[in-house]
Design a binder for this molecule. Structure first.
Ligand SMILES: NC(=O)c1ccc[n+]([C@@H]2O[C@H](COP(=O)([O-])OP(=O)(O)OC[C@H]3O[C@@H](n4cnc5c(N)ncnc54)[C@H](O)[C@@H]3O)[C@@H](O)[C@H]2O)c1
Ligand SMILES: [Zn+2]
Length: 400
């Protein structure tokens, strides 16, 4: 800051902030002998004093794991004073309901206020991407930001939603309209929690893995083709492989692409998402985020193929992989004339130039700044043709 310059021109201040956090992978995180979660708090420089944490839990997780609050309590008691819980868990409605109104985030704010959570204390959120987003938003704005440890409990949250820097809730009929960029203190992925997911949620998160593979890593795409039968049989080791590799590619992107808070106009990781977000909204959240992403990517690769960017063979390989993973390629909402408003809304969310990521090969993302609406309509028709009659989301039976 230069006071001498005051008379001549603007005062300036320039600074940078170092961010960094770890994403841990473990199983049975609440076993007293498992140090991962304790260390996730200690790593934040909590010092010799205990880390105080307000637990927030997804109602769906609580239903599937009714003993979890007691286990968490016992875990904190066994931590020899290093982790102290600020009361019983706040329970938020699981799924998109956590983000559809301000009430769930308000529940967390109320508890932060009433239980004296300060900027050196934590919110510990245990849940799917929606609950993690809502609790993260509340943590991000209370006292202008209290510390956050996330324990994501779905495939999508462990490999994507729960490991990044974004938090938020929906508003004005738009996804994630209200929110913050706020990196967590740490993330703990307990793979075992995934075993109670219903089939649709088990499968849906895989579409984000297909997404990053298509953008960045052809070998991972081929690995997903190989893993598909085991994933269908709900093999947890296969899922761990998927989650870890997807999370690694994601974090590499956040760290390496130079724009973690998305100040530019490009959002490469939002491949397939301009339509996915719109499909989710048009379906009144009947479509899961991951299902909508599978359809959105299927649509954009079909567009890229018709535009002459993507050869027939990789195009077909993408559709085949989604099918092998039990993910849908179409939904009735593709016929909704409002679908293409998604392009405008996608641009508005970021501002600047329309930037849509497509691929010109497996593992090779490219940015385009124009989408030919006529051709996009043809892509919808072509996709519906090859994917069979436009159906509802298939409820896939587990194939043993
Ligand atoms: N912040 C980000 O960067 C980011 C990125 C991608 C997606 N998202 C958001 O994530 C949300 C979707 O998250 P999601 O796919 O994790 O689904 P979700 O949070 O909607 O959860 C789906 C269902 O699974 C239940 N559930 C969660 N964990 C469970 C478990 N272990 N056992 C049994 N049931 C369980 C929930 O109660 C809910 O009913 C969307 O709102 C999306 O916008 C955020
Ligand atoms: Zn996504």
């Amino acid at each position: 800051l230069s006071l001498n310059g005051a008379a001549e021109g603007p005062l300036t201040a320039a600074f940078s902030i170092d961010y960094g956090y770890a994403v841990h992978f473990t199983r049975d995180a609440f076993a007293p002998s498992n140090a991962t979660l304790r260390e996730a708090f200690a790593g934040e420089g909590a010092g010799p004093a205990a880390a105080r944490a307000l637990p927030v839990i997804d109602s769906g997780v609580l239903a599937a794991w009714p003993g979890l609050p007691a286990k968490l309590r016992a875990y904190a008691e066994a931590s020899e004073g290093r982790l102290q819980l600020a009361g019983e868990p706040v329970v938020l409605p699981g799924g998109e309901a956590a983000k559809q109104s301000e009430a769930p985030a308000r529940q967390v704010l109320d508890a932060i206020n009433e239980r004296g959570i300060d900027r050196h204390s934590y919110v510990l959120v245990i849940g799917g991407g929606a609950v993690v987003d809502a609790a993260g938003y509340a943590a991000g704005i209370a006292h202008r930001g209290v510390r956050l440890v996330r324990m994501p409990t779905t495939v999508l949250a462990q490999n994507d939603a729960g490991i990044g820097v974004k938090n938020g809730i929906n508003g004005y009929g738009k996804k994630n309209f209200i929110g913050t960029f706020a990196p967590p203190a740490a993330v703990v992925n307990d793979l075992e929690l995934l075993t109670t997911l219903d089939d649709r949620d088990w499968r849906a998160g895989a579409s984000e893995a297909v997404k990053v593979a298509l953008l960045k890593d052809r070998a991972f795409f081929n690995e997903l083709e190989t893993l598909a039968p085991a994933l269908n049989a709900r093999d947890l080791d296969a899922m761990e492989r998927l989650v870890r590799r997807c999370a690694a590619l994601h974090m590499g992107h956040i760290e390496g692409n130079g724009d973690p808070f998305e100040l530019g106009s490009a959002r490469p990781l939002d491949f397939g998402h301009w339509s996915a977000h719109k499909l989710e909204a048009l379906s009144d959240t009947r479509l899961r985020h991951g299902e909508a992403v599978a359809i959105g990517i299927a649509l954009d690769v079909t567009y890229a193929h018709l535009a002459g960017m993507l050869a027939a063979e990789p195009w077909q390989a993408v559709l085949d992989l989604f099918t092998a993973l039990g993910l849908p390629l179409t939904a009735p909402e593709l016929d909704d004339p409002r679908l293409l408003d998604g392009l405008r809304e996608f641009r508005e969310h970021l501002g600047g130039l329309l930037t849509v990521t497509l691929i010109d090969g497996l593992g090779s993302g490219v940015e385009v700044h124009e989408i030919d609406h006529q051709l996009m309509h043809r892509a919808i028709g072509r996709l519906q043709e090859v994917a069979g009659p436009t159906g509802d989301v298939r409820e896939c039976a587990v194939t043993p």
